[in-house]
Design a protein around this ligand. Structure first.
Ligand SMILES: [Zn+2]
Length: 281
């Protein structure tokens, strides 16, 4: 399966609801509903068929798997009705903690701080892609809020984003979509702060929790931010996952004990590149 056939998405909003400045849009983790619909239509017209991650057949090159990471509520509000409109399915990888606690991930606060500050373009870009983001991102999730308070001050009272709740996740599943695990806290599984206990929780416990929510099997694990190694893939295999989702493979010579899908980072900026590369008419 070519990486162009497995598409990675995060947030989806109608154009009119996207406010600026918008760190998600700038980083690429937000696509407009219109662009998404436009590409879906073109894919259908070009005879691509939409499959869930666990249905991918490597021999077929006209398959497209849409994957939505993190579990933002906008997936349920906008992407899900769009899938129903075209009678297609996708795979969703919600992060357990913000969904079940109806909280947000620290990265959401980080982006909110940046978007509410008046920054010149260079400084903004550095916060979104540069060293400050890296320092924040590689901090253990439970210490990230303190990191933000130290850097930016008191956390905002009003949260800009919401996550799906368990009923919504279950509804996606009962309507034919696949639910995979993206961990509990979005910990980066190759980080220095990771212990064996954390790996077990993120990979095993997240699966158990989701399977209880949907009353069905959770077969795929999506590595938070794409950080993985072959030991982690083997661990997932031993815990009854049948595939994993990555962003890019670390090393094409690596051996993978179960299918490991590289994904195309599909967003507003890359939609045209995708259409060109798939030769969509
Ligand atoms: Zn993620």
């Amino acid at each position: 399966m070519n990486m162009l056939n497995v598409l990675m998405l995060h947030r989806v909003l109608p154009k009119g609801e996207i406010t600026y400045p918008n760190s998600y849009a700038e980083f690429g983790t937000l696509i407009s509903l219109q662009t998404l619909e436009n590409v879906i239509c073109k894919l259908i017209e070009n005879n691509f068929c939409f499959v869930k991650i666990s249905e991918i057949e490597n021999s077929k090159n006209n398959q497209i798997a849409l994957t939505f990471d993190d579990g933002y509520l906008d997936n349920f509000l906008y992407a899900y009705p769009l899938l129903k409109k075209y009678n297609i399915n996708a795979t969703f990888f919600p992060v357990i903690e913000p969904c079940l606690k109806q909280s947000v991930l620290p990265i959401d606060f980080y982006y909110q701080f940046i978007d509410e500050m008046e920054l010149d373009p260079l400084t903004r870009n550095n916060y979104i892609r540069g060293e400050p983001k890296k320092a924040f991102y590689w901090t253990e999730p439970k210490k990230q809020l303190v990191f933000l308070e130290n850097k930016f001050g008191e956390l905002p009272k009003r949260k800009r984003v919401q996550y799906m709740n368990s009923e919504q996740i279950k509804e996606l599943y009962t309507n034919g979509n696949e639910i995979g695990s993206h961990g509990i806290t979005h910990s980066l599984l190759t980080a220095n702060y990771i212990s064996e206990k954390t790996i077990s929780e993120e990979i095993i416990v997240s699966k158990e929790i989701l399977e209880k929510i949907i009353s069905g099997p959770v077969k795929s694990f999506c590595f938070p931010s794409g950080y993985y190694n072959t030991d982690l893939i083997n661990f997932a295999k031993n815990k009854n996952y049948t595939s994993v989702c990555l962003i890019k493979k670390n090393n094409h010579k690596d051996f993978y004990s179960i299918p490991a899908y590289e994904r195309f980072f599909f967003n507003e900026r890359t939609a045209n590149i995708l259409s060109e590369k798939l030769k969509l008419k």
